[in-house]
Design a protein around this ligand. Structure first.
Ligand code: PBG
Length: 329
């Protein structure tokens, strides 16, 4: 019996055929752009390690809005950097704090979707994502504060709040506080499967949020007592399941490229929007790539992240990708 010739290359024969059988697309409406607003800043300041990314003063947000709107980006994820920090991060829930002011400005002057990072690490003097006591990070005291932060963001016009501290019960607690305050229409995008990653360095410089080491027992080293250990395969799905159960509207996997397997498993398990965060170290690694194909490499990473099953990508490259897509579409 004759066996037919299998020629996979028939699918690759010419550009239009290749385009036809492509099943993954990255469009600018798949991109959520992280932005940094810093209190007391005089002019915008480029972030070391994150080329083309800036800390913005409140007074220059109009420029940022214009850029995003011209590029056709759908939404931003806002991070604030306060002038003063304390042990419990009280600036994070100050109604007149930097993020709250920025959110009001964005809400009044643009149609962009507004996501906000809900965490304490930029606001605490020790740089940890919650309040500390003799036992380390106090989970439930931190929950109380996160609820206040989320409500203050909702007051100022956030569409979605995004708890990023990996504090147990944060989605449930924030959902209840939002509902009690009359904000059942404000959503939660949870940083559900967030790893204690070495790829966050440039972000911590941008957000001024390096965690302090404590020498006394229990030693708090980095964020290993709250973020997931990347050497473990056995917690991500449970973290996501808990967040879904607690009422998250969107779940996130973070970082993205080194965790494509995790994105895939979450996709196969849950019918819920999934975002993936291409974090600061991933972006800076692409920027440091020697050779002229930086843009191609960037696109390849975004397609891979999309292919793994997420619905949209949080990336510092959002503005430049929107430009690239304009040129090549
Ligand atoms: C705050 C937070 C971090 C990032 C987003 N929100 C840093 C951290 O956990 O230290 C990292 C983003 C990036 O690296 O781009 N908890």
């Amino acid at each position: 019996m004759r066996f037919p010739k299998i020629r996979m290359r028939r699918l690759r024969k010419k550009k239009n055929i290749r385009k036809l059988v492509r099943s993954i697309n990255v469009s600018k409406t798949d991109l959520l752009y992280p932005v940094f607003v810093k209190e007391g800043l005089k002019k915008k300041s480029e972030i070391k390690g994150l080329p083309n990314q800036y800390q913005y003063p409140l007074e220059r947000l109009d420029e940022l809005i214009n850029k995003c709107e011209e590029a056709g980006l759908p939404a931003v994820l806002v991070f604030g950097i306060p002038e003063s920090k304390d042990k419990i991060g009280s600036e994070a829930f100050n109604e007149e704090g930097i993020v709250q002011k920025a959110l009001r400005y964005l809400n009044n002057n643009s149609d962009l979707g507004i996501f906000t990072d809900v965490c304490l690490c930029q606001y605490t003097s020790h740089g940890h994502c919650g309040v500390l006591d003799d036992t380390g990070l106090n989970n439930d005291k931190t929950l109380e504060i996160l609820g206040k932060v989320a409500v203050s963001h909702a007051n100022a016009g956030a569409d979605f709040v995004s708890p990023s501290g990996m504090i147990d019960g944060q989605v449930k607690s924030i959902r209840e506080k939002l509902d009690d305050a009359g904000y059942s229409g404000v959503g939660i995008m949870s940083y559900s499967a967030k790893y204690e990653s070495n790829f966050y360095g440039p972000f911590r410089r941008a957000a001024e949020s390096f965690p302090m080491q404590t020498g006394k027992e229990p030693t708090i080293s980095g964020r290993s007592t709250y973020q997931m250990d990347y050497r473990a395969r056995n917690q991500a799905l449970r973290e996501v399941a808990l967040d879904v159960q607690e009422g998250a509207d969107i779940v996130m996997v973070k970082p993205a490229l080194p965790y494509l397997d995790v994105i895939r498993r979450v996709r196969e398990t849950f019918d819920i929007p999934i975002s993936a965060y291409q974090v600061s170290g991933e972006y800076s690694m692409i920027k440091k790539f020697e050779g002229e194909s930086e843009e191609d490499i960037l696109m390849e990473t975004l397609f891979s992240i999309k292919r793994s099953g997420c619905d949209f990508i949080i990336t510092y490259a959002a503005l430049e990708v929107a430009d690239l897509l304009m040129e090549t579409s």
